[in-house]
Design a binder for this molecule. Structure first.
Ligand SMILES: Nc1ncnc2c1ncn2[C@@H]1O[C@H](COP(=O)(O)OP(=O)(O)O)[C@@H](O)[C@H]1O
Ligand SMILES: [Mg+2]
Length: 413
């Protein structure tokens, strides 16, 4: 890495401004988009352009090189599932952005936890002997889960925890800020993996409606660019998790990841996680599909979610001493909330009755329905069973019909 002070014509004030805005090396400046640097208060268009060009000059980025001299240096580390490693071309890759999208409970957060540990493994065991940064926008990070994964891989729990730098995020602006901060960790703490779980959750609630779409995409673009640059500069792996939506401003087709083209084009690898019939049983089997990758065939594989992260089977081998600690409860997807019929009868109209009161709809299913625009009993009753079942994995149109029948009973006076 080269110091900003090595750039021709830069002064101390400009160095300070750049550093305050997360651009702390000549490489970072040289790879930053012009509009982002121009937007820094106190720099201006002309200065920004001059400094970026000078930075590129200083780094030899203004010459073509022979392809034989390209330094690829891609490294891989294990995802915890050899099948998933295989379809990813050898494991989770450094230097690139990987987007994993899928419905609620499809295993995205489990993958995030697993690789935050496996990157710490020694190289001969499938790791890179490096640390991880974990940007947590949904408050789903679990120390216990990390400990179980550490044990599974024979690593020391406390040591593993100490090498995961965690930030709980409360707004999209905070998210942008901490993405830039993560760069410092790459520089000083040997971080080679940045997890952002999840990319869109906060943006989605802060920028609602078609009117704010342009603004939201601008913020998103800067985040993706920032992470892409960090990935390349530090040969760092980046995992972005994303939700799926079926209806959003008419922009996306069924089961598309949210975020639109900016995310689709900004990520090198796009992997879809699917739940297999999880509404009908408690199976923790999942499917991963390579949706888009520059040099990988469109393959798919199966994997499992276990108490100790992503694996090839539902029985992960644990050191004997740990096994007894590993009792866990698989969350019941069918927790039917028992609301008294009185409460239902007293509610003013059907829009006040929560979906979880409908027989067969638990919390998880209600969440999946919500993601598909079904937030009330009225929405449910007006949904087309075939159409809805096609959008939610594991839900048949017969099931939707059953729900509608129960819903009708529920709201009839
Ligand atoms: N300790 C555990 N053991 C086995 N499965 C678990 C455990 N904890 C959570 N799960 C399962 O993992 C799934 C949630 O995975 P998660 O990675 O959080 O999904 P996502 O982030 O895609 O919403 C749920 O189906 C849940 O039952
Ligand atoms: Mg999650």
């Amino acid at each position: 890495m080269s110091d900003l002070s090595q750039i021709k014509g830069i002064n101390a004030r400009q160095i300070k401004l750049l550093q305050e805005n997360g651009v702390s090396t000549a490489e970072a400046l040289a790879m930053s988009p012009l509009n982002i640097v121009s937007d820094i208060d106190g720099l201006g268009d002309k200065t920004a352009k001059k400094l970026i060009w000078n930075a590129r000059n200083a780094l030899g980025m203004t010459e073509f090189i022979s392809a034989s001299e390209i330094d690829e240096n891609i490294e891989y580390f294990t995802t915890g599932s050899s099948e998933l490693n295989k379809i990813l071309g050898g494991g989770f890759q450094t230097g690139k952005l990987t987007e994993v999208y899928g419905p609620f409970k499809s295993g995205k957060t489990n993958l995030a936890h697993t690789i935050a540990v496996t990157i710490q493994l020694p190289k001969e065991s499938g790791g890179l002997d490096c640390a991880a940064a974990y940007i947590d926008t949904e408050n789903t990070f679990s120390k216990d889960k990390i400990k179980r994964i550490a044990n599974r891989f024979g690593l020391d729990e406390e040591q593993v925890l100490s090498k995961i730098y965690h930030a709980r995020i409360y707004s999209s602006d905070h998210q942008s800020q901490m993405i830039m901060k993560a760069e410092t960790l790459c520089k000083t703490r040997n971080v080679r993996l940045i997890v952002l779980d999840s990319l869109m959750a906060l943006l989605r609630v802060e920028y609602v409606g078609i009117g704010s779409l342009a603004k939201r995409q601008g913020v998103l673009n800067n985040m993706i660019h920032g992470m892409s640059r960090i990935a390349e500069t530090y040969n760092c792996a980046v995992l972005l998790t994303n939700q799926v939506a079926t209806k959003m401003a008419g922009m996306f087709s069924a089961n598309d990841a949210i975020g639109g083209n900016i995310v689709a084009h900004g990520c090198h690898f796009r992997v879809m996680f699917k739940t297999k019939g999880f509404s009908s049983n408690n199976s923790l089997k999942r499917r991963a599909v390579i949706v888009d990758a520059p040099d990988l065939p469109p393959e798919e594989c199966e994997f499992y979610i276990t108490s100790a992260g992503i694996a090839d089977t539902d029985k992960v081998e644990l050191p004997e001493s740990q096994e007894s600690d590993l009792e866990f409860e698989i969350e019941s997807l069918y927790e039917e909330s028992k609301v008294s019929s009185e409460a239902v009868a007293n509610s003013a109209d059907s829009s006040d009755v929560p979906l979880t009161n409908v027989k067969g709809i638990g919390k998880g299913t209600a969440e999946s329905l919500k993601m598909n625009g079904i937030t009330s009993i009225d929405d449910l009753l007006s949904a087309e069973p075939d159409g809805l079942s096609a959008k939610i994995s594991g839900v048949s149109s017969t099931m939707v019909g059953e729900w509608q029948r129960s819903a009708k009973v529920l709201i009839s006076p």
